[in-house]
Design a protein around this ligand. Structure first.
Ligand code: FEO
Length: 392
């Protein structure tokens, strides 16, 4: 538990054991599930945490409450990493009312069989009086689910923002950020956005516009530090990513069965290095333990303006992990990128053509016909210096 102000308490937990968030995204530095208490004449709990942390979570709550009960549980977002302990709260606090919007109600019933009479429904802009302060609710649909809302505590200038402005990475005991915290979390915030929220650029833009009138002094997201000192940087990063804005650089993504497409990727990286072009390289075949694979590749798709994809021809198609990556680009509505394809084949090349077709369907700028080469990689066969010149 961490006291943030006289009436605001952090009661969330860190998860340093989960390997894959949503069963998909690696968590090399953990993740936090944030939950907050506003203690006034009435007591409100904002969201809960993932199941498996009951003991620590209840201890945090008890320490913050000092014997009092919870009057309201505000449900900003129903994804189970925040809603899993709703039933526990209803049981522990028999007079507790859930505060939610109308889109949340069927999810409360479907996930946790919450009876209607325990729910108070709030609409856009409506407020809940806690005594000396009040909570106001604003809908931010699709950031990250259709029912998602944020809660505004005007008296503290505090926005309980749900997943918005969240990041992967466990947080330290201080909970609240300091000057360098944004730089520390920037990469994990980009990975979180690109992996989890990346499909919803337009809804994030709508949410940012809706919230722009608030004088925000503190952001309490559901994942990551409480932001006080880095708010302009955090909001600006989310704004930039949701506009699909990038910087010049090359994200090289490849899969390789026997090392030939991998060797071509490495050769391209060396040529870009020599030219001073920023780049990153992502192996999707899972050969190297500890690499982020598609998760890290998506982060850098949101960072750089050029995507270079390497795939051997496999069953007359694209190598499956690379095909999955191309689908991830499509599902995130990635736009405005430059694109180049390469890859080896043994008896008939198809992957480069198919990659170019997939990139065309996304309206990417195709920088050349691509480089499809037979059998083994060699410098004579594969002129990556020329490709690097094309990309710079
Ligand atoms: Fe952290 Fe969309 O849940």
């Amino acid at each position: 538990m961490k006291k943030i102000s006289d009436r605001l308490f952090y009661v969330g937990v860190n998860d340093d054991d989960k390997v894959l968030f949503e069963g998909l995204w690696p968590l090399p530095v953990g993740v936090s599930y944030n939950s907050y208490i506003v203690k006034d004449e009435k007591v409100a709990l904002i969201d809960t945490v993932e199941s498996g942390f009951e003991e620590e979570y209840l201890a945090n709550i008890d320490e913050a409450l000092e014997g009092r009960a919870i009057d309201y549980l505000v449900v900003n977002h129903m994804e189970p990493d925040h809603s899993s302990l709703i039933s526990l709260m209803l049981e522990r606090y028999p007079d507790l009312k859930i505060v939610a919007n109308s889109k949340t109600v069927p999810m409360l019933s479907g996930y946790y069989a919450v009876p209607q009479e325990r729910v108070t429904v709030m609409g856009e802009g409506e407020s809940l009086d806690l005594g000396s302060c009040s909570l106001r609710f604003h809908m931010i649909p699709m950031v990250h689910w259709p029912e998602t809302m944020v809660t505004w505590l005007e008296e503290e200038g505090t926005l309980f923002s749900g997943d918005a402005f969240g990041t992967f990475g466990s947080i330290d005991d201080d909970v609240v950020d300091s000057e360098g915290t944004f730089d520390e979390f920037r990469d994990e915030m980009m990975r979180y956005y690109s992996n989890i929220v990346g499909k919803y650029g337009n809804p994030v833009q709508s949410a940012l516009k809706r919230l722009s009138g608030l004088e925000i002094k503190r952001i309490c997201s559901t994942h990551g530090p409480v932001w006080e000192k880095n708010i302009p940087q955090v909001v600006s990063l989310y704004d930039k990513m949701s506009r699909y804005e990038t910087e010049r650089g090359v994200c090289i993504v490849y899969g390789s069965m026997y090392g030939n497409t991998a060797a071509a990727a490495d050769a391209l990286a060396m040529e870009l290095e020599a030219l001073g072009v920023p780049y990153s390289v992502h192996d999707l075949a899972g050969n190297n333990a500890g690499e982020l694979g598609v998760s890290g590749a998506l982060r850098d798709v949101f960072k750089y303006d050029t995507i270079v994809v390497g795939s051997p021809t496999y069953n007359n198609g694209i190598y499956p992990p690379v095909e999955t990556f191309m689908k991830a680009l499509q599902s995130r509505l990635i736009k405005g990128r430059r694109f180049y394809a390469f890859g080896s084949y043994t008896w008939a090349g198809a992957s480069v053509r198919l990659l170019n077709e997939a990139a065309s369907a996304l309206n990417f700028e195709i920088l050349g016909e691509g480089l499809s080469f037979p059998q083994a990689y060699s410098r004579d066969k594969v002129d990556m210096a020329a490709v690097a010149e094309l990309l710079k």
